[in-house]
Design a protein around this ligand. Structure first.
Ligand code: AOS
Ligand code: ZN
Ligand code: ZN
Ligand code: ZN
Length: 431
């Protein structure tokens, strides 16, 4: 595997931290042993963990008010892939990259695939985009795409999704994520049922084009850009659509796409129970679709989501593998640093959930011992598993402290030199 940051530098970074890591790991291992837990098993599990990177996440995000570009932002999909490779090199937890079309469209998919493979990366679900108009597009999505009143607009949106599948096939992807912003800003603007009927009709056209081994993920979102009624606003609608379309259609849960105080882990449990949990867009939020770094606001919620995933995995075994992706917008941090930290936070929740003593929890539940049931979760959640995460990275060839290693590498400064900002450019296809 060709690495972007010199492996010698990573080794040098690790050498300075190995003694402390060994000591922390031994202390944690001893503590876990007294609880009947084998640290080595948890570390081996942590080494298998993977969460895909969003290609759009390596550029600085923005809001509708402004975008403040960072230095050395990637200007095309090949440069985005390089940044993703750095994140995976140091964290060893992000081998998948989720592309977004047409932003990441290339005339040379073979070269892109080759570049990915040379860095030990593969392509995860591809994302379609019918929430904005592209230059020279025949029909506007201003009033909707898959739900448009205009049959030609709907056909164009379906054709775009089918093109995404074809582009994804050339890259080795196995799933298409469809999020549409379609909806209404005013009561009465849409016939609520009619809009969903048109959505389903369009979605059937996309579904019919799925290769046998592909999945279609339906991503719901409560609101924005539609502020009165979003057509695919909640997991109920998403579930109904997935059921209607067929086995290859599943629901995607973006953690920021729910009403405040929604019990997201319960949605996860429901979707898993009925075989419709397709995957996740991980991020965090305080108010809405904030797209903040995973685990930065409500890490306990992230843990509870993984607790449900661990429960589902224990029931269903290897067949249960929802797609894990990050979907974040980085406005005030270096995106590479945010994505590294976020991947580690999601991995942390995964490890903590594996630490839950499920037999004890079940016994407390059966005895109606609410207090001890809650403590069984808290006990796992309060355990600082940082040494396990660092050891997993170290053993997999990554950095013990990814952010520190990245800062010491000077990668951002080199990128700033190699990728001079284009005057007047607002974004390189990154919103
Ligand atoms: C939009 O809010 C969704 O989270 C989508 O996943 C979207 O495609 C992604 O954020 C890229 O813009
Ligand atoms: Zn999303
Ligand atoms: Zn979102
Ligand atoms: Zn978003």
């Amino acid at each position: 595997m060709s690495t972007i940051i010199d492996n010698g530098r990573v080794a040098e970074h690790n050498a300075g931290l190995t003694a402390n890591l060994e000591a922390d790991y031994a202390a944690l291992g001893g503590m876990l042993q007294r609880r009947g837990v084998d640290i080595e098993k948890l570390t081996a599990q942590a080494q298998t963990f993977a969460v895909a990177l969003p290609s759009w996440g390596v550029g600085t995000g923005g809001t509708r008010f402004a975008r403040f570009p960072g230095r050395g932002e990637p200007r095309n999909v090949f440069e985005k892939l390089d940044d993703c490779a750095v994140i995976h090199q140091l964290t060893r937890a992000t081998p998948g990259v989720s592309l977004h079309f047409p932003w990441d469209k290339t005339t040379d998919p073979a070269a892109l695939r080759q570049q990915a493979e040379s860095h030990g990366l593969y392509f995860d679900a591809v994302n379609s985009n019918t929430f904005q108009d592209q230059q020279d597009q025949a029909h506007s999505y201003k009033y909707g795409s898959l739900t448009s009143q205009n049959a030609a607009t709907r056909a164009q949106a379906v054709a775009h999704n089918i093109e995404c599948i074809e582009l994804g096939q050339a890259l080795g992807s196995k799933a298409l994520t469809v999020w549409v912003g379609d909806g209404a800003n005013f009561p009465g603007q849409h016939n609520l049922r009619g809009a969903l009927e048109r959505y389903l009709d369009s979605a059937r056209g996309i579904y019919a084009a799925l290769p046998a081994d592909w999945l279609m993920f339906i991503e719901h979102k409560l609101f924005e850009p539609a502020f009165y009624a979003t057509t695919i606003a909640d997991w109920g609608t998403s579930f109904a659509c997935a059921q209607t379309l067929g086995d290859k259609a599943k629901c995607l849960v973006d953690l920021g796409h729910h009403a405040p105080n929604t019990n997201i882990e319960m949605i996860v449990a429901r979707l898993a129970q009925f075989g419709k949990l397709g995957g996740f867009h991980f991020n965090d939020s305080k108010y809405g679709d904030d797209d903040l770094d995973s685990g930065s606001i409500n890490p306990f919620q992230l843990f509870l989501v993984f607790n449900e995933l661990a429960d589902a995995a224990s029931r269903e075994g290897a067949a249960f593998k929802p797609a894990y992706m990050l979907d974040q917008s980085h406005n005030v941090t270096d995106p590479i640093e945010s994505l590294m930290n976020s991947a580690v936070e999601v991995q942390r929740a995964f490890v903590q959930a594996n630490l839950v003593d499920r037999a004890a929890l079940r016994a407390h539940q059966e005895a109606n011992d609410a207090l001890e049931s809650a403590q069984a979760l808290k006990h796992a959640y309060r355990t600082d598993v940082s040494a396990i995460l660092a050891m997993a990275r170290f053993r997999s060839g990554g950095a013990i402290d990814p952010v520190a290693c990245y800062r010491a590498s000077g990668y951002r400064a080199q990128a700033a030199e190699a990728r001079p900002a284009k005057a007047g450019a607002s974004s390189s296809g990154i919103v």
